[in-house]
Design a binder for this molecule. Structure first.
Ligand code: G4P
Length: 531
């Protein structure tokens, strides 16, 4: 098969949701349809159980299990589907943001009773940063939820994206009768079905079929026809090009646990979602069918067992063909590396692969060479853009508790932050280390790992910063003036960029006023979202 055909076959996407909306359940049902698993409940997903929030070792164990499910690949209707799993737990939001840089599209799961929740908004912001095409699945229609039109309004308003329903529910909760697929012009009647793939569900060719009245009742049938008319009146026709630009999100309804609406979602997904797309680099756009291989590392997973300090680096292939045992260049290290055991992830099985193509994710065994964001190429010097860091929410100063182990501590904190467990800011001038995370859990993880993997003892002292803001400017003199004036609140990030650690929103806005030529960014993707 040619490279072009391999690319056209691939669909690489992520499923995201606020915890509990049904991401795990939907993932599992998609795998069932793809034949990648045989029974429901087989996926030990990345999901971190609520009960485990205070027990990080338990969480790490679950994260360990999740290596196998970090990427779930399966074949469906001649397509190669790669689902990139994202942790649902909010403390691991950074992981999710980074994974979203490696996908070509996203399915967003919404609970029909809860609508748009806090985490949903953050995740959508990240998708919008790169105009990632999004399909929305409104889940749990077997439960009492909110009015579909209200939900759609809320999606548009809170997620700042236009929506276009491609299926429509008949009733909800106890009253839920089925789904009309606007996209396929079909009606499927609901039958609660938790374990099997749906089959023998009645389908019709048109919403005007009088048989529908018999099956769902005249009232419900009339309501459906009325609502569909309204849908057609209110929403523009679905336009794939607009979806691919990330400007409109098609919406599907269903009940993942009952396998309902999932096949419609998957079938439409296959048709409309993008193949692997080109990616911005320091030398311009790299297209998947460029002959030379290139890719980047978006995730590193450490082995928690101190006897096996190996890690798995997840490589997203962006162009060309990746081959086993061939030398590729790590641009940051200016070093050629070859991989004798690259692994692919077919559902729960890991297997060694000889070749992989754009859109695929390959696991590379790593002894500490890689950093998140590293670019690998066939030799040419360029870097992929945009694996942004976001301002952490919690900041702590790292304190060395054992001066005899200073070296180990330095190495440990460096490696852990390279892995993306947390962000490290080094105060300027000086060497005080400020560790920033999205969730409190990471500090336990860091402390434990520093001790058990590196033999270093550390403590954390809370620092009350409001935001870390990356600074850019063309006015070097003003920057120097600012750096002098704000000594104590200036740090450098892992890539030696200047960061302003602002204690309050007020101090940040006065800095913006007093130093008009400086730009303050709450993420390191400087072109986008400004503070
Ligand atoms: P998440 O990964 O987004 O966090 O959500 P997950 O799939 O784990 O689903 C959260 C809960 O919602 C689970 O129940 C799951 O069974 C339920 N659920 C998922 N889809 C549907 C649906 O279509 N209808 C209904 N009624 N429930 C649904 P749980 O009690 O938290 O867990 P479990 O004991 O069932 O595993």
């Amino acid at each position: 098969m040619s490279l072009k055909e391999e690319i056209e076959k691939r669909r690489t996407f992520g499923i995201i949701s606020h915890p509990d909306a049904g991401k795990t359940t939907l993932t599992e049902k998609l795998l069932l349809f793809g034949g990648a698993i045989q029974t429901a409940g087989a996926v030990k997903s990345n999901k971190i159980k609520k009960t485990a929030t205070s027990d990080f070792m338990e969480i790490e164990k679950q994260r360990g299990i999740s290596v196998a499910t970090s990427v779930m690949a399966f074949k469906y209707q001649g397509k190669q589907i790669n689902i990139l799993d994202t942790p649902g737990h909010k403390d691991f939001a950074e992981d999710t943001y980074r994974t979203l840089t490696a996908v070509d599209s996203v399915i967003l799961v919404i609970d029909c009773a809860n609508g748009v929740e806090a985490q949903t908004e953050r995740l959508m912001e990240v998708c919008r940063m790169r105009n990632t095409p999004v399909i929305i699945f409104i889940n749990k229609l077997d439960r009492e939820g909110r009015d579909p039109f209200d939900l759609l309004d809320e999606l548009e308003e809170k997620l700042d994206i236009k929506v276009r329903p491609l299926s429509w529910p008949i009733g909800m909760g106890m009253d839920f009768k089925g789904i009309y697929s606007i996209y396929q012009n079909k009606l499927n009647l609901f039958s609660a079905n938790k374990t099997k793939i749906e089959e023998d569900i009645a389908s019709f060719d048109s919403v005007d079929d009088p048989e529908i009245d018999k099956l769902v009742g005249e009232d419900k049938a009339a309501q459906l026809r009325e609502e569909l008319e309204l849908v057609e009146g209110v929403y523009d026709d679905f336009d794939r090009a607009t979806y691919l630009k990330g400007e409109v999100a098609p919406v599907f309804f269903g009940s993942a646990i009952n396998n309902f609406g999932v096949k419609e979602l998957l079938d439409s997904f296959i048709e409309i979602s993008p193949n692997p797309v080109g990616r911005e680099t320091s030398k311009g756009l790299v297209e998947p069918n460029d002959k030379d291989f290139s890719g980047f590392i978006f995730k590193i997973h450490a082995n928690l067992d101190p006897k096996h300090r190996d890690r798995i680096a997840f490589l997203r292939i962006c162009s060309g063909t990746f081959e086993r045992n061939k030398f590729y260049k790590n641009i940051r290290l200016d070093k050629k590396l070859k991989f004798s055991n690259p692994t692919s992830f077919m559902a729960q099985d890991k297997s060694i692969i000889d070749e992989a193509y754009p859109g695929d994710v390959v696991g590379l065994y790593d002894t500490g060479n890689f950093k998140i964001g590293d670019t690998l190429t066939e030799g040419e010097d360029f870097n992929f853009k945009g694996i942004p860091s976001f301002s952490p929410e919690i900041f702590m100063e790292l304190e060395n508790k054992d001066p005899m182990k200073t070296k180990q501590l330095e190495k440990g904190i460096q490696q852990l932050t390279d892995e993306g467990v947390a962000q490290l800011f080094v105060q300027q001038p000086g060497n005080r280390k400020i560790v920033g995370t999205v969730g409190a859990l990471q500090f336990d993880v860091i402390q434990y790992r520093l001790e058990h993997e590196y033999g270093a003892k550390a403590d954390f002292r809370p620092r009350n910063y409001f935001k870390a803001c990356w600074i850019t400017t063309d006015n070097e003199a003003q920057l120097q003036q600012f750096l002098r004036a704000k000594t104590g609140n200036i740090a450098k990030d892992k890539d030696d960029n200047y960061v302003f650690l602002a204690e309050t929103a007020f101090l940040l806005s006065s800095a913006q006023q007093d130093y008009p030529d400086l730009e303050f960014h709450t993420n390191s993707d400087f072109k986008v979202e400004e503070a």
